[in-house]
Design a protein around this ligand. Structure first.
Ligand code: HEM
Length: 129
């Protein structure tokens, strides 16, 4: 079965009094039949009708159960041009690896000041001790 494609404009132009359709993570959901059963409340869903609710959805910290339940209301996805980068706080931070300490790091690391301190301490003790 081919996935139905929507533009953001189409979603925004839907009659939000008759139905509640919104975008979460580039996917389109029709929750018209679910709004009254939503544990987070009817209003909150109606308020994001026609909009991109990705951030609010993530902010609410929905459970895995909620994410499974939402499959039931999935009706399609956005056309390629209208997709945005998806925020998923649980996946892929993609941080670069920490730089390795270089072999020539003697002067730039803590070792040089530490060695200098030791030498000065010994010298001081030798001269004035
Ligand atoms: C298809 C979409 C959605 C489904 C299936 C859904 C389902 C659920 C479920 C099952 C819960 C109960 C707690 C949990 O299991 O995480 C919940 C809570 C909640 N939802 Fe949704 N939700 C949807 C969309 C949204 C959106 C778009 C918003 C915000 C605009 C939202 C805001 C909340 C809030 C604030 C709670 C927490 C209520 C509380 O902790 O008292 N939900 N939702």
């Amino acid at each position: 079965m081919e996935t139905k494609k929507f533009t953001r404009k189409e979603i925004a132009e839907r009659d939000t009094k008759a139905e509640t359709v919104f975008v979460i993570a580039n996917k389109v959901y029709d929750v018209t039949k679910f709004v009254d059963d939503h544990p987070g409340g009817h209003e909150i869903l109606v308020n994001v009708a026609g909009k991109d609710a990705s951030e609010q959805f993530e902010d609410a910290g929905h459970s895995l159960d909620a994410k499974e339940l939402m499959q039931k209301y999935y009706i399609g996805e956005l056309v390629e041009q209208d997709k945005r980068q998806v925020i998923d706080r649980n996946v892929n931070w993609n941080l670069p690896p920490l730089p390795e300490e270089s072999a020539s790091g003697f002067f730039s690391s803590w070792k040089f000041p530490a060695a200098l301190g030791l030498v000065l301490t010994l010298l001081y003790t030798y001269l004035f001790g």
